[in-house]
Write a protein that binds this ligand. Structure first.
Ligand code: BEZ
Ligand code: FE
Length: 278
């Protein structure tokens, strides 16, 4: 028996050790994971030193993670895995985009048209964002909620920046009877994903930059509909074609127009969300 045949038998033995009564989905996932991990180790002739370095990398990712920082999601983002999962779940042409690690539950509910910015930010330009939430047929959905969050002009989210008040640049809006929503926020700023930990070491290893193009995050939810997790991007941003985590989709790239007196903000942007039945 040659080495390859022995290795394949070994892989199958590890898979066969999965016990009766294991949850079916867990079994499906772990069977495939074991097969791919073993094949990967064989493909690259993985050494013990390399395996232990990978384990140490994961330990460090755990140590640096806390309530405001999830290094594992960050690593999944750097490797394009969350974008791939979004594509698998929703297709490349959908309105969805990745959640990312900066989402927080319990953003404060705010009245339509309110700003999510609780303090003035250095060099800020304000944006009025409005649009409608409809079902797939275009019928307005009343009472849909839009959970919105963004980084400040220094490129940091509230959870990363002691100088920002809690829940700064986060808000929860509800559509009116016509499915209309509106809020104010800051013109988003391109920013580096956290690169002072294992995620940053990975970027350095791969000679990649950490920058994300300017964006605003959304989760749009409505009763009986599939939620849409997404981001809207500023077309004028220099990183629009060069996102460190590969998350930009063309339909989500918008021109932030000069408001020209249409509203009391510097810029204006309009975007409609369509929610499919769940
Ligand atoms: C974000 O867009 O908030 C984000 C995505 C991936 C890594 C870090 C931040
Ligand atoms: Fe972000």
């Amino acid at each position: 028996m040659n080495d390859d045949t022995q290795a394949i038998r070994f892989t199958e033995a590890v898979i066969s050790a999965i016990g009766a009564g294991t949850d079916e989905r867990a079994k499906e996932i772990m069977t495939s994971l074991i097969r791919h991990l073993h094949q990967f180790a064989m493909d690259v002739s993985l050494t013990l030193d390399e395996l232990l370095a990978a384990c140490r990398f994961l330990v460090e990712a755990g140590k640096i993670s806390n309530n405001g920082r999830d290094e594992f999601v960050l690593i999944a983002n750097i490797l394009g895995v969350e974008v791939l999962v979004d594509m698998i779940s929703h297709g490349a042409g959908s309105q969805t985009a990745i959640l990312g690690p900066m989402y927080r539950k319990d953003a404060p509910p705010l009245a339509a048209g309110t700003s999510i910015s609780r303090v003035r930010a250095q060099g800020e330009q304000t944006v009025f964002v409005e649009g409608h939430v409809t079902d797939a047929a275009g019928t307005p959905i009343a009472g849909a909620t839009l959970d919105v969050w963004q980084a400040s002009t220094n490129g940091l989210y509230d959870v990363e920046d002691r100088d920002q008040p809690d829940m700064n640049l986060r808000g929860l809006f509800t559509t009116d009877a016509n499915g209309y929503y509106a809020f104010r926020c800051l013109r988003p700023t391109p920013y580096p994903i956290p690169d002072d930990g294992p995620g940053g070491q990975l970027l350095e290893l791969l000679k990649r930059h950490p920058m994300r193009p300017a964006h605003i995050h959304f989760i749009v939810r409505a009763q009986g509909k599939q939620s849409v997790i997404s981001q809207l991007y500023d077309a004028a941003c220099i990183y629009i074609d060069n996102d460190s985590i590969f998350a930009v989709k063309n339909p989500l790239v918008l021109k932030f127009e000069s408001a020209d007196g249409r509203c009391d903000s510097d810029l204006y942007v309009r975007y409609d969300w369509r929610l499919a039945d769940s």
